[in-house]
Write a protein that binds this ligand. Sequence first.
Ligand code: FMN
Length: 375
Amino acid sequence: MKDIFIRNRNIVIGFIYRTILKRIFFAADPEDVHDAMTQVGVFLGNYAITRALTKSLFAYADPILEQNVAGIRFANPVGLAAGFDKDGVLTDIIGAVGFGFTEIGSITGNACKGNTRPRLWRMKKSKGLIVYYGLKNSGCAAIAHRLTQKQFRTPLGTSIAMTNDSTTATQEAGIADYAKAFSAFATIGDYFTINISCPNTCMGEPFVEPGALDALLTRIDAIQTKKPIFLKLSADLTDVQIDAIIVVAKQHRVHGFICTNLTKNRENKHIKDKNIPAYGGMSGKVVRDRSNIMIGHIYKKTNGAYCIIGCGGIFSAHDAYEKIKQGASLVQLITGMIFEGPQLIGEINQGLKTLLMRDGLTTITEATGVNHRAI
Ligand SMILES: Cc1cc2nc3c(=O)[nH]c(=O)nc-3n(C[C@H](O)[C@H](O)[C@H](O)COP(=O)(O)O)c2cc1C
């Protein structure tokens, strides 16, 4: 009965979103819409009554979706990816929208204005976004100060990156910048992500190189924290680069990988829009297949030893389930929610329950990596 009600609720809200709200939003500048929606989210998160109302409109819960990953209890496997809540102002409303966890940031050592606008575009035909923010955020000190005494309603990841300006020009300065942000969040939230894959910085992605990554992780190992650590990888890495990163990760305190960040590859066959900007990383359906391939590659290469968070182009429960079957324990999204509406989170969770039951599975853990092992 509850499931029938929620299915119909999601159909109605999704219809209203796609036929009315999305048309209004998509007629305006994407960054303006994002900033306005962030303000709405902050307001809704401030009061018990607005949180309860939001929950009744969007959330879906079922014990089959619960799991322990890297020592953290998740009510469901669908998280908000880094980049939507850069300054960690939405933590009170995320659970009510239906997410099982959230990742704030990416947060850098110093405050960072990011690249000049425009820096966000929609690829309407391809169902993706082009992102050229360049790590805009208020910096680790201000954000940590605001969040330090806060009780979070859902598990919280902190994505750490390197300040996007000339102060991080040398490897030493870059590592010091990561370490500064990492230390500021050592006791805040539930897990860390080290973002070594921002496609939009003036310094490029220097910590993809094994020697540099080894030096960075050696410095991170020295910082006291109980929180598990994930490495967020670019969608544009070759298998050789991925394998080299795994070798380095094995020597350090790394618990898992996030596959993937954005892609810069303009040759991608899923790009259907014409005249897109030559710079910036692409999200959504453009990156979906590459993300799935990388999840499978890492799962097989490490025999499932690492927790994988699958990210990129999730627009449905089937998309999320494919990432889980490839080897992901958790998934994250942004772009699907923007194109389909916030009811998508509940839809995915409900759909995952149906897919697990169809396949005779009783937990997400049983489905993780099932494409690569006999059950
Ligand atoms: C507007 C926007 C900003 C982003 N900023 C960040 C960021 O600061 N750090 C990061 O690790 N990933 C960032 N990403 C990448 C996302 O976390 C995610 O990896 C990517 O968008 C693929 O997921 P999706 O197809 O569900 O959007 C950003 C993505 C978008 C759309």
